[in-house]
Structures are given as C-alpha cells and as structure tokens.
Design a protein around this ligand. Structure first.
Ligand SMILES: Nc1ncnc2c1ncn2[C@@H]1O[C@H](COP(=O)(O)OP(=O)(O)OP(=O)(O)O)[C@@H](O)[C@H]1O
Length: 696
C-alpha cells in the first residue's frame, strides 16, 4: 500500500500558490493513494542524477516532484514548481541518507560538482585550508559523506562555505559551519541539537531514512489527514517538530517537568503538542493554562489548529489561572463580589488614616501581595520572620508591627464585607482543592510560567495529584515582565533535572535576535530553581536586515515616522495584521492609534483582544507577550518613558528593588523587540532610553 509523506519544502511551496492551483494540488494528491493502484503516472526525468525523483502533473503549468521508492512504498512529496523549474530542480539533485542521523538529505549535486574545479584551483595556492584542523574520521563521524568531504577539503575560507549553503545537505553544512567557527567536533554536533543515531544505518534504505526524518517529513494516512495538513501550510509547527521538541512532547516524566529557552524557540509549540499528547495518551483531563485571558485565548486558537483537535477537545480545558480559581471558589461560595481597584485604594487609605500610619496605599497593597500572600503569612509572628527581598523601603520591627496591623485590618474588612480579590480567590481555591481527594485534572500544561505568582503556582499544584506527568510548564525568565520571582521549591514543585532547554529560534532573524540579546547583556536572571538562567546558545538560522534605531526631535515627528514606516511596509505587500506597534504606556497606544487612523491605516488595539485580520496591531509591550509580527515598530523608547518611572522604585529607597525594577523594564523591551520576525524599527524622541544608549 502506498504511503504519502510530505516534506516541509513541499508545504512551503504549496503555501505560496494561488488558491486555484492549491485546489488542483489537493485534488491530485487526495486521489494519490487510490491512483497508485490504478496506475498513476509518475514521470521519469531525463538525465536525472537520481532516478528516484519523479514528477507528477498538477495541471498544464505546474508539476509536483516526488521521491518514489525503489523497493519500499513511501512516496515523499518534495516540491511544487512550474513545469521547467520542477524538471531542472529534480535533475540536479540526489537523495541520500545522513551517516550520523540516519535521516534523508537532498543536495544540489550538480552545483557542487560544478563549483569544485574553481575551488580546487584556488586551494592549490593557498597556504592552508579551512578544515586542516579536522580529521577525516571526525568529519565522517559527524555525518560528512564522500562528496561533502571532497568539497570541504578544498575550501580555503568561510566565505566559500557560506556560499555553499543551498548546495550541501543542510545538516552537513551546519556541521562544517560550526567546525569552521572553531567548535570542537562535539560542540559542533551539540550545536545541531540532534542525536547521532545508534541505529544501524543502511545508506540505500530511503524509506527508513524518511521514517526517521519526522522533523521535515510528515506522513498522512488518507485524504482527510492530507487535507488537514494542507489546510494551514504556513503553520509548519503543527506537523514538523525539531527532534528535541518532539522528545519533550512525547517524554514520560516522573513528576513536574519544564521546557525553557529564549524567545521564539517553540516553547508554546511544545506546550500545545504536549497537551495534545497527554490528552490522547494520558490518564485523564488536561488543563492548559497561563496567566492572562488573552494568552489563554491564543493557546486555544493554537490547539484548534492541530489536525485532530475534534478528537481530543473533550479531554482538554483551556483556562487562565484566575479563571480556574474563580470557578473552583464559585462552586463552593456562589457568586463572588470582587473588590475593585478604586475600592481597594479607598480601603487602604481608610486603614492608614484610622491607624495614623505614614505608609501609602500602594506600598501596603504591594506588601500584602508580595510578602503576605506570596509567602502565606498568617500571623504577626510569620510576618516578622518573612523575607522582604526586593520590597522597596526596609522596615524596622516597630514598622513591621504597624504594617501587619494594617494588613490584618484589610483582610478582616474583606471577610466582613464578603469581598474578594484575585489573590484571595486563588488562595481559597488552592485551599479547597488541597482538601479534595479527587483533583479536577490529571495533567496540567502551563505556558509563560515565569510570570505566575506564588499563589497561582500553589493553586496549580493543588489542582493535580502528584504523580507522573502531573505538571509541565514552559518558561523563559528572561521574559518575565511582572513582579513575581518564584522559586519552585517554595511553592512545592520539584523539577529534579526534568528540564530541557530549546535553543533554535524559529521566529526572529539572527540580526534582530542578536541586537535584542544585547539589551540584556550583563543581567543576572534567575532560573526559578535557585540558580542563574543562561540564554547563551539561543540562535536563529533566519536572516534579514538588522534592526533600525531612529531618534526624533519631538514625539510628533516620531509618531509621523511610525505611521510612515507602517505605510511603507503595507505598500510593499505586508498585510496589516502582520504589522505591530509596541509602546510602553496605554497613553502612547492611543496616540499611535490616532496617528495611524488619521493616515487611514486600520488599527486593532490589543487591549480589545488578539490581532485581527486587516488591521495593524497597536498595544503595550505587556500585551505583545505571546504574539509575533513580520514587521514591528517599538516606539517611545525614550528617556523618561523606558524604564517607566512608576515601575521602578527609586535607588535611594531600596537598591535591590531598584535593580529588580530596571531588570523588569529591560526584559519588557526585550520581549517587545523579539516579537519581530523580519523587520524591527525602534524609535525614540528627544533623548533615547538609557537601555538604548547602553547598547551603543
Ligand atoms: N518546529 C518548528 N517548525 C517550524 N516553526 C516552528 C517550530 N517551532 C516553533 N516554530 C515557530 O516559531 C515561532 C515561535 O514559536 P513559539 O511561540 O512556540 O515560541 P516561544 O518559545 O513560546 O516564544 P516566546 O517565548 O518568545 O513567546 C512560531 O511562529 C512557531 O510557529
């Protein structure tokens, strides 16, 4: 029976086709299996280097290129191209099996052969060659085969290797690039983040190689599966996972496990696939959660894109943590009366006045959240002993007693008036769940976990029984944009080595990523486990222009320039929904939106929800979390706006809190900039933010 496998290049070609041609491609291949029996015609290619490449007629103009088996039954769809291009593409190439990974490789053998004589000539006069320092056996061990070896041996500089990127098989090219950069063979291999297979490799068994190549080939069983893969050809993440991503998705863990990695490394992708995997193979209901409703909405949208969503939807709940907490508490106490922000300020003010204290309402509110709630402080004694790391002004014991009195009054008032805050709802939900033998979930998957507060962690811990695959979370502490620095041990969660780091960024070009990483240079960022997190090794294989940083004499000039940049992108064919503008304050969101509107550019303010087709997204940097745009402006990166003065405790008040505040603001700018996929414009007016001057 013929089996159909789709290579990611095929899907990328397909994505670019006009709808009518796409429909025709779909028609041809949905009938493929049936047609194999009745004798579908796969055209042989004259003068082919590899006669396993065949073409298939799509219509008069278009051809598909298929890798047909010599003996086995796997047909791999490789390309969709105009007739002549398809033949030319297939004529020049061969398919081989990588000696280290056992996976399929395709190379432009004709171009390699054609470039050899010139390279050999240059090499004859050169004093040294690029790979003099690496032995043949090391190269072989890393999967460099005969032809690539011959090519590598005549290279004399990195520019020649750079130029060969499209010719050589991609894994072999990457190995050589790392070795040329001075990596040891082990380091070069490590760079690839792929295992050298321990299986016996038969270089002639293409079927086995295709089977092993799940990072670039997906098998489809029948027309329905094919239709579902072709339905979202740009969303490659739905079907092709990097081997490290796949291993985490399918792993069985004895307890809580986590995935870390810099921006755009596919943590959310892994979380979504992991949730699906657990729903399909696990032992009960799965909760997929995160810390805001917008992010939860986008997780749901991601799950819905997975091909078999209908089959597992009943076993998955998507809810942000507050939503879960409210649901649990409402079941017990009925409808909840929530304390509004204004009421809370009023209550603290009254308490301060009644007790004759000199604290501000904001200070007490934060002290209550970050010390009392976070550390489960229940008595004056607890409070006197509590750690106040990162909390603004230091307090003597007399002052602590006063603060505790105020907090006691505050909590008593909430109880007496039957009022709740999101924090008390969370605490109560955790208490209720801790008492239950039957937990609502068997597995919990958390995204953007670096921003969860301690009470939210405790709630999640209480919502699932301890056991294999109980909690799985994706986190990047470099992207923490709220105030919650949590040590997992303190909230009852032990990772015990069940942590994997992703390193390949699929979103952002290397140029934008490198510039953005510069923003965090020198920052020590915790790993939620008592150590320091490193972002080194996070890299991208995509390339594009470096970010543009532009300053303007006035805010008005800056806003005009933002509108002009957006207009230019749109005129060059970028869809409005692929463009974003990120700023620090809600006020600037309004000003940018007004400026764009005045230029007749349709705008979606992200406070209203996820991006919308046909509109440019404008939002605060906080709202940018979890999103991505082809082209992005990060505007208002000016002195006095970033860091936002209100978000940073003055140094004179508390050095540690000041540093933490600055770090958060830097991380926020980092998060915003790393939402850009292809182009990033950073603007400021009057004076640049100190975060920018530090870069120059
Ligand atoms: N295996 C993959 N193949 C192709 N694209 C991928 C793959 N994994 C992730 N991506 C793409 O990379 C981009 C970033 O993925 P994702 O949002 O999961 O990263 P992240 O680590 O959660 O990012 P961040 O922390 O910055 O929010 C997305 O466009 C996603 O589709």
């Amino acid at each position: 029976m013929a089996r159909l496998a789709i290579d990611r290049d095929f899907l990328l070609d397909f994505a670019k086709l006009e709808k009518s041609v796409q429909d025709r491609v779909t028609e041809v291949f949905t009938k493929f299996e049936h047609a194999r029996h009745t004798g579908i015609h796969l055209e042989k290619i004259a003068n082919a280097r590899d006669d396993r490449f065949r073409t298939i007629r799509i219509d008069q103009f278009w051809r598909g290129v298929v890798l047909a088996p010599e003996a086995g039954d796997i047909y791999t769809l490789l390309k969709v191209l105009p007739h002549d291009d398809a033949y030319a593409w297939a004529q020049r190439r061969t398919a081989t099996v990588n000696g280290a990974t056992g996976r399929i490789e395709i190379r432009d053998v004709e171009a390699i052969d054609a470039s050899l004589p010139h390279l050999e000539q240059v090499a004859q006069d050169a004093p040294r060659r690029l790979f003099d320092h690496v032995s043949d056996s090391d190269l072989r061990r890393l999967g460099i085969d005969g032809q690539t070896l011959a090519f590598a041996r005549v290279l004399t500089d990195e520019a020649q290797l750079e130029a060969a990127e499209g010719l050589l098989p991609s894994v072999q090219w990457k190995v050589l690039t790392a070795l040329a950069a001075g990596y040891t063979p082990e380091e070069a291999w490590d760079e690839l983040c792929v295992d050298i297979t321990s299986e016996q490799i038969d270089p002639d068994d293409l079927d086995a190689a295709v089977e092993r190549s799940r990072d670039r080939v997906v098998f489809v069983d029948g027309p329905d599966e094919l239709l579902s893969v072709l339905a979202y050809p740009f969303a490659l993440w739905r079907v092709y996972l990097h081997p490290v991503q796949r291993s985490v998705v399918e792993a069985s863990y004895r307890g809580p496990a986590r995935i870390t990695g810099g921006p755009g490394t596919g943590k959310t992708v892994v979380a979504l696939h992991r949730a699906r995997h657990l729903a399909r193979t696990g032992e009960g209901k799965v909760l997929v959660t995160t810390f805001t409703s917008t992010l939860a909405e986008s997780l749901r949208a991601g799950l819905m894109l997975l091909d078999d969503y209908d089959e597992f939807v009943d076993r998955i709940d998507v809810a942000h943590v507050d939503q879960l907490a409210h649901r649990i508490v409402r079941e017990e106490h009925g409808a909840l009366r929530m304390l509004t922000g204004a009421q809370e300020r009023e209550l603290w003010s009254t308490i301060i006045r009644d007790l004759g204290l000199s604290f501000t309402p904001a200070f007490l509110a934060e002290e209550w959240r970050q010390v009392v709630i976070a550390q489960q402080v229940r008595s004056a004694q607890d409070y006197l002993a509590a750690k106040r790391t990162g909390r603004g002004r230091p307090l003597g014991s007399q002052q602590r007693a006063h603060v505790w009195q105020a907090i006691w009054e505050f909590e008593a008032a909430l109880r007496e008036q039957g009022l709740w805050t999101h924090e008390t709802v969370c605490v109560e939900a955790a208490r209720l769940l801790a008492e239950r033998d039957r937990k609502p979930y068997r597995h919990i998957v958390v995204d953007e976990a670096q921003d969860l507060s301690p009470e939210k962690w405790r709630l999640l811990r209480a919502a699932v029984s301890e056991g294999p695959n109980d909690l799985f979370f994706a986190a990047d502490t470099h992207q923490r944009i709220y105030q919650h620095q949590v040590t997992l041990r303190d909230v009852g969660i032990t990772i015990a080595g069940r942590s994997t780091r992703l390193r390949i960024n699929y979103r952002t070009t290397a140029e934008i990523l490198a510039w953005s990483l510069g923003l965090l240079h020198g920052e020590r960022i915790d790993d939620m486990d008592g150590g320091v997190e490193s972002i080194t090794g996070c890299r991208s294989e995509l390339h594009g222009p470096p970010p543009t940083v532009q300053g303007f004499a006035s805010k008005e000039d800056e806003l005009c320039a933002v509108a002009a940049a957006v207009r230019e992108w749109m005129d060059s064919g970028v869809a409005p929904e692929e463009i974003g503008v990120a700023v620090r304050s809600n006020r600037l969101v309004k000003e940018v939106a007004e400026t764009l509107n005045a230029e007749s550019i349709p705008v979606r303010e992200l406070a209203g929800g996820l991006p919308e087709d046909g509109a440019v997204s404008v939002g605060t940097m906080h709202r940018m979390k979890g999103l991505e745009f082809r082209c992005l402006v990060v505007a208002g990166v000016s002195e006095g706006q970033l860091p936002a003065p209100k978000a940073v405790v003055p140094e004179s008040e508390d050095k540690a809190a000041h540093r933490a505040g600055l770090q958060r603001e830097r991380c926020l700018l980092f998060v915003a900039c790393t939402r850009a996929r292809e182009q990033l414009l950073v603007t400021w007016s009057c004076e640049p933010s100190p975060f920018l001057t530090a870069l120059s």
